[in-house]
Design a protein around this ligand. Structure first.
Ligand code: AKB
Length: 313
């Protein structure tokens, strides 16, 4: 039977590409994009779209019933930098939207749920190198606290009510189709845009701040892979560590210089430095590799090539 899929937060950085990938795979009529606002033509014209506030359970339930949705991807969230400015708004959006979707699962109104977690679940006391799936967490940011709580609730709903919820702890994501917004890792996208348009970039993190990152194609492939694997292979119901590459602003600048010789970077760290300092510099994703065969394809070199080629005027 053809499944019907709902993406919440479809206009965001991950949501846009996920919607396009799912429409390619399952047919455009079967993938309903939704967001609090209308999005790019690319997204709106490629299949059904609904304006939806993810914190409104009744509105969500109505859309799920109308389209006979079986699978939900909840991509709406307030990210780390914005969440520090609006803690209560971030908590309300990030948690209430998750409860709404988990409760749809509990009521057996949907069969399967994807919810993104983040490397932000880790904190300053977490070992920084090759951070393990299970280790000290203690997140120190509003966003990280909401993601860690979310993970606990996912696991709880799975064990207590049998909800088939699956999740990935995304690292910073690098993409050219849609800009990120409100994150700490956003510099790794902005830098390519500025390199091409101005030949210079002022980075809001210090030159030696190493963070885990991933090219969007890998992130989308991982998401589809996790959602397709047999239930029995999904052994982690909180969220899976996932890794591809780690680099510093100085290292990404070096890669860009291989293509744009005169490119210049300067550094002006702001409040986002403290957020980045609380996160791991590299991630151990052996659990995802063992349980569902995860393997990244993009490193910094081919990511840089893809970004510059696709963003070039
Ligand atoms: C952010 O920087 O807030 C996000 C994330 C790592 O989850 N990109």
């Amino acid at each position: 039977m053809q499944k019907s899929i709902l993406i919440i937060g479809a206009c965001g950085q991950i949501g846009t590409e996920l919607t396009l990938a799912l429409r390619d795979k399952h047919g455009k009529e079967n993938v309903i994009a939704s967001d609090i606002r209308e999005g790019s033509e690319n997204l709106m014209d490629s299949g059904p779209f609904e304006v939806l506030d993810a914190t409104d359970y009744d509105a969500l339930e109505e859309i799920v019933a109308y389209y006979e949705i079986s699978e939900v991807y909840l991509m709406a969230a307030m990210l780390s930098a914005t969440a520090e400015k609006f803690p209560m708004r971030a908590w309300n959006l990030n948690m209430n939207s998750l409860f709404n979707v988990l409760n749809l699962g509990k009521e057996k109104k949907v069969d399967k749920i994807f919810w993104p977690s983040s490397i932000a679940v880790f904190g300053p006391n977490t070992p920084k190198e090759h951070t393990l799936q299970s280790t000290i967490m203690e997140p120190s940011t509003v966003y990280g606290i909401s993601k860690q709580s979310g993970e606990r609730w996912c696991e709880y709903y799975h064990h207590k009510f049998g909800v088939d919820v699956r999740s990935i702890r995304y690292p910073g994501l690098i993409s050219w189709k849609t800009m990120p917004g409100g994150g700490t890792t956003d510099y790794a996208v902005e830098i390519y845009h500025k390199a091409l348009s101005e030949g210079t970039y002022t980075c809001f993190l210090k030159e030696d701040t190493e963070l885990p990152m991933m090219f969007m194609d890998d992130a989308i492939r991982a998401t589809l892979q996790l959602m397709e694997v047999d239930k029995e292979n999904v052994k982690v119901r909180a969220s899976y560590n996932l890794a591809a590459m780690s680099f510093t602003p100085a290292q990404i600048a070096e890669q860009i210089k291989k293509h744009i010789k005169d490119f210049k970077i300067s550094y002006k760290p702001d409040f986002r430095q403290a957020i980045a300092d609380s996160w791991p510099s590299s991630i151990d994703d052996s659990k995802a590799r063992t349980d569902w065969g995860w393997q990244a394809r993009f490193d910094l070199e081919n990511t840089t090539k893809e970004m510059l080629e696709n963003l070039a005027p």
